[in-house]
Ligand binder design. Structure first.
Ligand SMILES: CC(C)(COP(=O)(O)OP(=O)(O)OC[C@H]1O[C@@H](n2cnc3c(N)ncnc32)[C@H](O)[C@@H]1OP(=O)(O)O)[C@@H](O)C(=O)NCCC(=O)NCCS
Length: 175
């Protein structure tokens, strides 16, 4: 899927049922949303656990206005920290994940004046890990105690490297 075909836009309630429809098992839900995300969910519990009203939350939409990917960011330890990344099952493996990360990092780094990005990934999520390492993310020791950290890798990358790997503009990223 080409970047020009997809619009990067704020997540809104109109996208909620599409996003919920991409997660159909407890295992997928934990992999995506973390150990405390309730499953099965309804719109209310999903909204509370996903925190989309509180955190900057975005989708990529196709030309028909359907959401095909979702992600969030916030400032964590002076990195643009990405969370809850997911691509619609029907379009995985087509480069949408790359585009999503590129757009989130460009926008989040600009918003917070940051030049690095971070994320957590479950050690067993090899597909996601492969994508992140291709984009320049590298494993680091997380500097604070977190109870679920033994299940995850903490990854960090310079924003410029991610944007270069995804052929995006780097000129607006924080110095
Ligand atoms: C992880 C995820 C976001 C990746 O999105 P995607 O759109 O499929 O990824 P892309 O098409 O951009 O693929 C980029 C890279 O991912 C890896 N990848 C993609 N499809 C893969 C597959 N079927 N098997 C293994 N690796 C694969 C490859 O390294 C690929 O690089 P390449 O294009 O040079 O071969 C998506 O698989 C997903 O939504 N997974 C479920 C939710 C999840 O696990 N989120 C991550 C939480 S940390």
């Amino acid at each position: 899927m080409q970047g020009a075909d997809l619009a990067f836009t704020r997540f809104s309630e109109t996208h909620l049922s599409q996003l919920m429809g991409w997660i159909d098992s407890e295992a997928q839900c934990r992999q995506w949303g973390g150990p405390r995300f309730r499953f099965p969910f309804d719109a209310r519990s999903f909204t509370e656990d996903c925190c989309w009203r509180e955190l900057p939350s975005f989708v990529l939409e196709d030309a028909a206005g359907c959401a095909v990917a979702f992600g969030q960011y916030y400032n964590r330890l002076n990195c643009c920290h990405l969370g809850r990344l997911i691509v619609a099952p029907a379009v995985r493996g087509l480069g949408v994940g790359r585009q999503l990360i590129s757009r989130l990092v460009a926008q989040g780094c600009r918003e917070f004046g940051l030049n690095r990005s971070s994320l957590f990934v479950l050690k067993k999520n090899q597909r996601a890990l492969a994508l992140y390492e291709k984009l320049g993310y590298r494993k680091q020791i997380y500097p604070e105690p977190v109870e679920w950290l033994d299940m995850c890798h903490y990854l960090v990358a310079p924003a410029k490297e991610i944007l270069a790997a995804t052929n995006s503009s780097t000129d607006k990223v924080g110095k």
